[in-house]
Design a protein around this ligand. Structure first.
Ligand SMILES: [Mg+2]
Ligand SMILES: [Zn+2]
Length: 225
């Protein structure tokens, strides 16, 4: 399900997918009260960094509380609105809010395509926003987030803040990076983007027939520095 689907981008672009609870926000189980929504440590600074990349920031969240009857689906509209306010407070834009309203079966098995560790929400967002999954990022606090990201072909960052407790192994459950806080995850994305941009800049400087545009590339580099 999507709230705030956002505009289709004119050209396909990577995105940064963010888990919500325990990653962006302090984990308050099944909370939908906007007044109890608070950013996790480092998330404000991290959002400022990620917002400067210009890449769409898209939240993908398992919300089994809907299927379990703990709250109605429309309660998530208030959550999305508060998230959007918190993004804006830190110079970022919430590009989309996707959630899986389903619950796993009693034996833990999953019967929908959207619940993480499935990659359905990422693929749905990619189709709706014109996102290229290759080159995109998934940041989360448990290995199910990592697996969802890797299934979609994204680079993955695990914030190992103690929320993962089972460490169930698997070939798709190995993150590209492990950090302790959200702002450290953002710094990795920034560093990789800067490497990519400096490579592009170097290539264009060596071409005599197509001079680089220093103003635009400098702007990008400054924006992500
Ligand atoms: Mg989480
Ligand atoms: Zn689902």
């Amino acid at each position: 399900m999507a709230l705030m689907r956002g505009p289709m981008r004119p050209q396909p672009s990577p995105a940064i997918f963010l888990d919500k609870d325990g990653t962006l926000l302090e984990d308050v189980p099944y909370n939908v009260d906007p007044a109890r929504i608070a950013l996790a440590p480092g998330a404000g600074d991290g959002l400022r960094l990620l917002g400067a990349t210009g890449l769409p920031l898209i939240v993908v969240s398992n919300q089994p509380g809907v299927a379990l009857g703990y709250f109605p689906e429309h309660a998530l509209e208030g959550v999305a609105q508060r998230l959007g306010e918190l993004f804006a407070l830190h110079g970022a834009t919430l590009g989309g809010f996707y959630f899986c309203p389903h619950a796993p079966a009693a034996d833990g098995s999953i019967h929908c395509a959207c619940r993480k560790p499935g990659d359905g929400m990422l693929r749905q967002a990619a189709a709706a926003h014109g996102i290229t999954l290759e080159g995109s990022w998934m940041i989360g606090d448990i290995l199910n987030d990592v697996e969802a990201g890797r299934r979609a072909g994204c680079q993955t960052i695990l914030i190992a803040n103690g929320n993962e407790t089972r460490w169930q192994p698997g070939p798709l459950r190995v993150p590209d990076y492990i950090v302790g806080r959200f702002d450290e995850a953002a710094a990795i994305v920034i560093a990789q983007q800067a490497r990519h941009l400096s490579h592009v800049s170097r290539v264009s400087h060596t071409s005599p027939t197509s001079p680089a545009s220093p103003s635009s590339s400098a702007h990008h580099l400054r924006a992500v520095a």
